[in-house]
Design a protein around this ligand. Structure first.
Ligand SMILES: C[S@@+](CC[C@H](N)C(=O)[O-])C[C@H]1O[C@@H](n2cnc3c(N)ncnc32)[C@H](O)[C@@H]1O
Length: 276
């Protein structure tokens, strides 16, 4: 099985010109077994044959590997801590400009959630802060969904009623995000495993005050995890905030450089070193 999985990863890497070697081996194996069973094939080798002969199949497998699920205010405590304790002093002490990056943003639910809490805070404090959120993902169809800004009821379960009324308009069976929120967000394709770039090219003139990279690192092997983490750390401003997913941790080598802000909520602040 292991050899066939390695061959499948090699096939996908050549087929798409992207790095599939960094995905956790267990995840890739599970997805291949799932797909093999769905297609009622005898084993992974038979699946590899199909992958080579059916032009649609590589995309299907890749969609299964890049788990797309997201929702608004996913991990509500994390967003609440951010809104109540972290964002206000950052906006008050900032230079009137706030830059965030939602890395592996799926359909934009995370970027919109951030934009909403920043907007609420700026209004409460009567600040005119210019907010720019770069939302990136490898999947073009996910980015298209984000740019459209229309969401099905299923992803809105975490939105409190007051925010739903303020920031969304009913539209057919779903809801449309307010244009004022959409205009804060720039969607672009960025491969977090691309060895040639550490941040979205559109954003390279300056670092970020906040980076959310949640529920992506957990699908990588330790080497891929560290590679992506190196880039996130580099792109984060001193004093900037890193938001990780519930199941994700800071690699040991970065522990001296990031302060955990609360016991819960998986929020970290990059330490000031005095050097820019
Ligand atoms: C589980 S979703 C996480 C969405 C959001 N961050 C959240 O926590 O709700 C994982 C996302 O990672 C994206 N992704 C997978 N591989 C990627 C890569 N190499 N570079 C950038 N994004 C990637 C997928 O397309 C998917 O949208």
């Amino acid at each position: 099985m292991r050899e066939t999985v390695a061959e499948i990863i090699q096939f996908l890497t050549l087929h798409f010109g992207e790095d599939f070697r960094s995905y956790a081996q267990g995840l890739v194996e599970r997805r291949i077994l799932e797909r093999t069973a769905q297609l009622r094939l005898s084993d992974a080798a038979a699946y590899l044959d199909l992958l080579r002969s059916d032009p649609e199949e590589p995309c299907r497998l890749v969609r299964m590997l890049r788990i797309r699920f997201s929702s608004f205010f996913r991990d509500p405590l994390q967003f609440e801590l951010l809104r109540s304790h972290v964002i206000p002093p950052m906006l008050l002490q900032g230079n009137g400009y706030f830059r965030a990056w939602s890395a592996a943003c799926a359909g934009g639910e995370e970027a919109c959630s951030l934009a909403i809490i920043i907007d609420e805070t700026a209004k409460l404090l009567n600040l005119q802060t210019k907010v720019q959120i770069f939302a990136t993902d490898i999947a073009e169809d996910a980015l298209e969904e984000g740019r459209r800004g229309r969401y099905a009821a299923g992803s809105l379960g975490g939105v409190p009623l007051q925010r739903l009324n303020t920031y969304f308009t009913p539209d057919g069976g779903g809801h449309r995000i307010d244009p004022s929120i959409l205009s804060m967000i720039t969607y672009s394709r960025h491969d977090l495993l691309d060895p040639h770039t550490y941040a979205p090219p559109e954003s390279l003139f300056g670092g970020f005050d906040l980076i959310a990279c949640r529920n992506f690192l957990m699908y990588l092997d330790p080497e891929g995890y560290l590679k992506v983490f190196d880039n996130l750390f580099r792109a984060l401003n001193q004093g900037g905030i890193l938001m990780l997913g519930k199941a994700e941790t800071v690699p040991e080598r970065y522990l001296p450089h990031l302060d955990r802000i609360f016991d819960c909520g998986n929020l970290y602040r990059k330490k000031q070193t005095g050097r820019s």
